[in-house]
Design a protein around this ligand. Sequence first.
Ligand SMILES: NC(=O)C1=CN([C@@H]2O[C@H](COP(=O)(O)OP(=O)(O)OC[C@H]3O[C@@H](n4cnc5c(N)ncnc54)[C@H](OP(=O)(O)O)[C@@H]3O)[C@@H](O)[C@H]2O)C=CC1
Ligand SMILES: O=C1CO[C@H](CO)[C@@H](O)[C@@H]1O
Length: 343
Amino acid sequence: MTASPTDSAPTRFGVMGTGRITRRLVADLQSTDAVSVTAIASRSQERADWFASQYGIPAAVEGYQALLDRDDIDAVYLSLPPSLHSEWCVRAAEAGKHILCEKPLATSADQAHQIAQACERHGVRWLDATGWLHHRRTAEMRALASGGRLGRLGHITAAVSFYRPFQSGEHRLDPALGGGCLLDLGWYTAGLACYFAGRSPHRVFADCIEENGVPLRTNAMLWFDDDLTASFSCGYDTATRKWFEVAGSDASVICDDFTRPWAERPTRFWVHDANGEVQSHESSDRQEQRMIQALIGQQPLDEFNQLALRTQTVLDALAESARRKQPVVVECDVRPDAPSPSR
Ligand SMILES: NC(=O)C1=CN([C@@H]2O[C@H](COP(=O)(O)OP(=O)(O)OC[C@H]3O[C@@H](n4cnc5c(N)ncnc54)[C@H](OP(=O)(O)O)[C@@H]3O)[C@@H](O)[C@H]2O)C=CC1
Ligand SMILES: O=C1CO[C@H](CO)[C@@H](O)[C@@H]1O
């Protein structure tokens, strides 16, 4: 088995898949201290060769298992369609590789738990590549919510959309590949609600408009204890949105770029008081590099891992609700967090 990431030797990454997001994350990996990208794997040798030559990666490999069989990688970055995440994460864990897996972690909570258990069994670290959680301002925004600045929390709202971000052979439109906005974008919105609530909802409702057998738009409602509620909208049929509001009895935190900063702008959020006073906050950070540093470092990843498992469980419940067209109770087997903001 590969040794744990250490401060002394660079962590050597292997990359699985050569898709759209791969390009961005490979650049993020290559610009992170103490990280190198050693090899990239594709289903096709030709494609792997092309990608390796474009991005200065020493080795190009045909087939994902061939990548895992190599001794010169310590960790993998997995950017495959969602339905392939669990199989390849489990195989990576079995090969002793640490894992950075694209969101959504899997296509069901069962699969997500299988990943977590395989990583535990084989002593490897894992993270879902949900960059916004690692931005420095994210913890600041949560501290405002949990520290009483907003008063008693009442409602969390979020919207994430991208207008038809489809290419040919698009996995987002293929049910067999884990397509649809609920998994793809609901990952952000449901995860955000759980992150700020600090717990799981006990009941959820979702309504989906479908295309090609996958959700094209999802509107959802989540009920937490202590009368905290959340709602979100996500989809592929409206222009780019990535905003949320956490509303308390005294003030709200509002952010319009939470998943990723708008191009060429600093990230921003606002605290909006009941009397119309607004405090603006702007900052810059490299959230993906911080995420990669977290994976290769020594710090406990429990908080991120628990949130990912919780999010996947909530997404299962939302999918079931949309199928049954009625609210469903969330069966959450993830242990509770530390005291939550509004308790
Ligand atoms: N964190 C973020 O900001 C973002 C995350 N994502 C996530 O990243 C993952 C990949 O998304 P994206 O890069 O847009 O996807 P792409 O379709 O662009 O790429 C997926 C890659 O997976 C490989 N693959 C293996 N099997 C299949 C298959 N049956 N069909 C299609 N591709 C296959 C292909 O690589 P090859 O043929 O070389 O093996 C392909 O290039 C998703 O989970 C998505 O949610 C996406 C965008 C942004
Ligand atoms: O995570 C994501 C962010 O942006 C994309 C739009 O290009 C989404 O579809 C995607 O999966």
